[in-house]
Design a protein around this ligand. Structure first.
Ligand SMILES: [Zn+2]
Length: 461
């Protein structure tokens, strides 16, 4: 009987806790997410927007989604910025004892290069943009500004520590450029002391081209060394060289797959991550993990015999890292086509052990979701909080839409974030698979019971 029901694509004979068990079993015993991540990381590698690798990832994930036998798979064209790193960046200084210390450095995404011979200039260290703005511009002019405020180690939610520091990376060159500085180096967004420089996005705002100065990140160890040296050697000259450049926009794609809803095909649920990554590593945690987990949600639904009532889409967004063009494009087209989205879930916080979700939704929807919390208890999923969701799904936000982000354990995430060690070996298979099953479970429940806007009752079996 059960076989027949599953075969028919219905699982009404089973309670929610049985269905969740089935989803977790399918992910842990015969999951596909890890094999997909292996290919994305090791056969393709870093997937910077506009690069050949990004295009390979588009083609690979489209083909894999087609293999799943979904109702529709397509590419959504989107123009993306194309920035290239160029040759390996160099930085160094000569210490007071005469030894040369070379520094682990990488250009920030979107930065201009240095003049051809590089910069060799005095450094002014600040703890942040406020301190910079309070300085006499004469002290800043012609120097390299060194932003050295560390991420706060005492914060348990490490994304808060990131949020408390990342303005230096994003707007440092903009603010220093206004004051006539010649360059910027930023302490890497990393809680650990190590030798990896971490890249990331930055902006020049509407600064005129002649005030756009090169900006780079240096490793936390090198930031400490530079800061220490400056205490006794304030006139030291820092050498910085990079030849990155911003090219014209190019066409790329969001990759989309859909299982059409059996009862409410015009209500859409989206699950996604971003297909692009930074170029230093393989983008395995950020956001290869989110991409393969999102693909796996649709595969696990099928595998567990769940035919969604609402149309379920996986969207692999292009260009989250340096433009968010894919997320904006998807939301624009959804609006143009009058598509009613009821729920969107993003995984973009690494492939670590899932703890739960954060939600951007009404109190009424949040209460509905909390009523399912006990179903997740056997899987040690306990974190259900209001908060942010994900960058790519943010542009979809409308009243009544429930937005959510998977929240994995984040203690080690910033060891790898945007750095060359964000590689396949940094992702644990089991942790990745637990995340995929956790996402699928929430999608299953929201599809079954609807949201406050679509189906006021019932809340549970
Ligand atoms: Zn990301």
């Amino acid at each position: 009987m059960l076989f027949f029901l599953v075969f028919a694509g219905q699982i009404w004979s089973q309670s929610d806790d049985q269905v969740l068990r089935k989803i977790y079993d399918a992910s842990l015993e015969e999951g596909m997410s890890y094999a997909w991540l292996d290919h994305l990381s090791n056969e393709i590698g870093g997937r910077l927007s506009g690069s050949d690798n990004a295009q390979k990832a588009v083609e690979y994930t489209k083909a894999e989604l087609e293999n799943l036998g979904l109702d529709k798979v397509w590419l959504q064209p989107v123009m993306v910025p194309k920035w290239i790193r160029g040759d390996k960046e160099r930085a160094s200084f000569v210490a007071q004892d005469g030894t040369m210390r070379s520094i682990n450095v990488c250009a920030l995404g979107g930065s201009v290069g240095t003049p051809k011979p590089g910069l060799k200039l005095e450094v002014i260290e600040v703890q942040g943009i406020d301190e910079l703005k309070a300085l006499d511009p004469e002290k800043v002019s012609g120097k390299i500004v060194f932003f050295n405020r560390p991420m706060k180690k005492s914060l348990i939610l490490t994304f808060e520590a990131y949020g408390g520091c990342v303005d230096q990376r994003y707007s440092g060159a903009l603010e220093a450029g206004k004051l006539g500085a010649a360059g910027v180096v930023v302490r890497s967004m990393n809680l650990r002391n190590d030798d990896f420089p971490h890249t990331g996005s930055m902006t020049y705002g509407d600064l005129p081209v002649n005030q756009r100065i090169p900006s780079a990140a240096i490793s936390t160890n090198d930031a400490d060394a530079l800061s220490n040296e400056l205490k006794t050697n304030p006139k030291l000259q820092l050498y910085l060289w990079q030849n990155c450049q911003q090219l014209d926009d190019v066409e790329s794609f969001n990759v989309i797959g859909e299982m059409t809803g059996s009862e409410f095909p015009d209500q859409f649920i989206v699950v996604g991550g971003h297909l692009d990554s930074w170029d230093l590593g393989d983008g395995s945690h950020d956001d290869g993990a989110g991409v393969v987990q999102s693909m796996e949600v649709l595969r696990l639904m099928k595998k567990s015999g769940i035919r969604p009532k609402r149309s379920l889409r996986v969207v692999l967004f292009m260009n989250e890292e340096n433009g968010l063009r894919g997320g904006k494009k998807y939301a624009e087209e959804a609006e143009t086509n009058g598509e009613k989205h009821v729920f969107a879930l993003e995984s973009d916080s690494g492939g670590f052990t899932p703890r739960g979700f954060s939600f951007d939704c009404s109190d009424q929807d949040f209460d509905r979701i909390l009523s399912w919390k006990s179903l997740f208890k056997p899987y040690l999923i306990h974190y259900f909080e209001k908060g942010g969701s994900g960058a790519d799904i943010g542009p979809l936000k409308t009243d009544g839409l429930v937005l959510a982000g998977l929240r994995p354990d984040s203690q080690r995430y910033f060891d790898y974030h945007h750095a060359s060690n964000d590689t396949f070996d940094a992702v644990n298979q089991r942790e990745l698979e637990l995340g995929a099953a956790t996402m699928t479970s929430l999608v299953y429940l929201i599809d079954k019971y609807g949201t406050a806007a679509t189906a006021p009752q019932p809340l549970k079996d």
